[in-house]
Design a binder for this molecule. Structure first.
Ligand code: HGY
Ligand code: MN
Ligand code: MN
Length: 455
């Protein structure tokens, strides 16, 4: 069991000598503390890889400032993954794909009997997304390994870089796909889903996965030492406080519902208003009801109707069918259930009042996750070593780290999002903050490597 005392004692080696009993291995003793402490990633190279990756999914005739649409399983995703695979090979690792299409690359440690430290993120985006969501954590992990290889620094634990498949879940309306497969939470029936006419099994094959062997992607609890993910905050807290490093305490639960509203398509000119069964009017009322219900009590909960389809979507036809999503998020699963029940109750009233039917089905549920206090301490010690201010905060965004939390200790590092903007071409983090986050990731991993869990 990783104890705070042992861990912080080991962390102290970053700055001050510690009793020999904490020094875990001769090899590690061979590296001077000063050398390890002085390690910094190459910020120019990190920026170059971020700018290079952003070409895949960029709008035609666009520039970096126009962001990306690199939806999971799209051609742009395949191209972006090919770039990342080449980059991983160029730093001296041999990447492999697991059956879910996750990209994994292992760096041997001095003690092969130890479980790996896993770190990375994702590179798929939302439509018209930004250049940093997922990309920063994925490319910083690769850059950290490149530096360790260049300096021939051996860690005790093996390291494993990961680039997760389909984190966003815009494709097939269910996210954290790759990491849920690793956590054993990608059920076979999900593989039958169809998105834009493509079956999920074919989409997984397209990125090099093997949908017939999804269970083989599963990892057992305790099969890794810890998981650390660097990510942009995607909110405005750090920018407001002027603090460069966020240490994530927990990640929200996310419930996504599919709403299907059926009214009656009819002529827009000849159907009197009182005689209409307008599915879009019902959807509009339900959308407003979601906001009213979610804001009816104090707290950080959020609710969003982000996707909506109207059938037949013609200017002179009363909408007969509307399909839309409802997404609810909060750290408390019981609060989510309470809010969802209020939405269901209101949907019944709206259906009766508009002469429509409203069916709500749960499309996906992602458990809330608590970060490991010990690994959070590692991140804080790394930030202190780098003389970077830090603060603890929750994550309103979902992350693959919440899948990994089901298997072992995880923690996340946030860096500021300018204007708190994300999931937009205007998503932006300063290059200096990108470098600060990558250095915090590097030193948090090195600190985690010094934990001697046997002492
Ligand atoms: O939707 C999210 O919270 C994350 O960006 N996938
Ligand atoms: Mn992300
Ligand atoms: Mn995202």
């Amino acid at each position: 069991m990783l104890t705070r005392r042992v861990f912080l004692g080991a962390l102290a080696t970053l700055a001050i000598p510690v009793p020999r009993r904490h020094w875990p291995s001769p090899l590690w003793r061979a590296r001077s503390q000063v050398e390890l402490a002085a390690l910094r990633i190459d910020a120019t190279r990190l920026r170059h890889t971020l700018e290079s990756l952003s070409q895949f999914g960029r709008p035609a005739n666009g520039s970096f400032a126009d962001g990306v649409s690199r939806l999971a399983y799209s051609d742009a995703d395949v191209q972006g993954r090919a770039y990342v695979l080449d980059l991983i090979k160029s730093v001296g690792l041999s990447p492999r794909l697991d059956p879910a299409g996750n990209i994994l690359a292992r760096r041997d440690g001095a003690d092969a009997s130890l479980p790996p430290i896993v770190f990375g993120s994702h590179i798929d985006s939302v439509p018209n997304g930004g250049n940093f969501d997922g990309d920063l954590g994925s490319l910083s992990a690769i850059e950290a390994v490149r530096l360790l290889n260049e300096r021939k620094i051996a860690t005790r634990h093996p390291l494993e870089v990961v680039v997760w498949a389909n984190e966003e879940g815009v494709a097939f309306n269910n996210g954290l796909c790759g990491s849920r497969a690793v956590a054993g939470k990608l059920p076979p029936e999900e593989l039958e889903h169809v998105y834009n006419g493509v079956k999920k099994t074919d989409a997984i094959r397209k990125i090099g996965g093997d949908p017939t062997r999804i269970p083989d992607a599963r990892r057992s609890p305790g099969s890794f030492h810890c998981y650390v993910e660097l990510h942009i905050e995607q909110g405005g807290t750090l920018e407001k406080t002027g603090i460069p490093i966020g240490v994530v305490e927990g990640i929200v639960a996310i419930d996504r519902y599919d709403a299907v509203i059926r009214g009656m398509a009819n002529h827009a000119g000849t159907t009197p208003m009182p005689d209409r069964h307008d599915a879009l009017i019902a959807a509009a009322q339900l959308t407003l009801a979601v906001r009213e219900i979610v804001t009816s009590e104090p707290g950080r909960q959020v609710g969003t109707v982000g996707h909506l389809e109207v059938v037949p979507n013609a200017p002179n036809v009363i909408p007969g069918v509307v399909r839309h999503t409802i997404e609810l998020r909060d750290l408390s699963a019981s609060k989510l259930e309470r809010l969802a029940q209020a939405v269901r109750d209101r949907a019944r009233q709206i259906a009766a009042a508009t002469g429509t039917t409203i069916d709500l089905t749960l499309a996906s549920h992602h458990e809330a996750a608590t970060a490991s206090p010990v690994v959070q301490d590692a991140i804080e010690a790394a930030a202190d070593h780098l003389r970077l201010a830090h603060q603890r905060l929750p994550s309103g965004a979902g992350h693959d780290a919440q899948s990994m939390a089901q298997l072992g200790p995880m923690a996340m590092i946030f860096v500021p999002s300018i204007g708190g903007i994300s999931h937009s071409p205007r998503e932006l983090t300063s290059w200096d903050d990108c470098a600060r986050g990558a250095n915090a990731l590097l030193h948090a991993v090195l600190a985690a490597d010094r934990m001697d869990v046997r002492s």
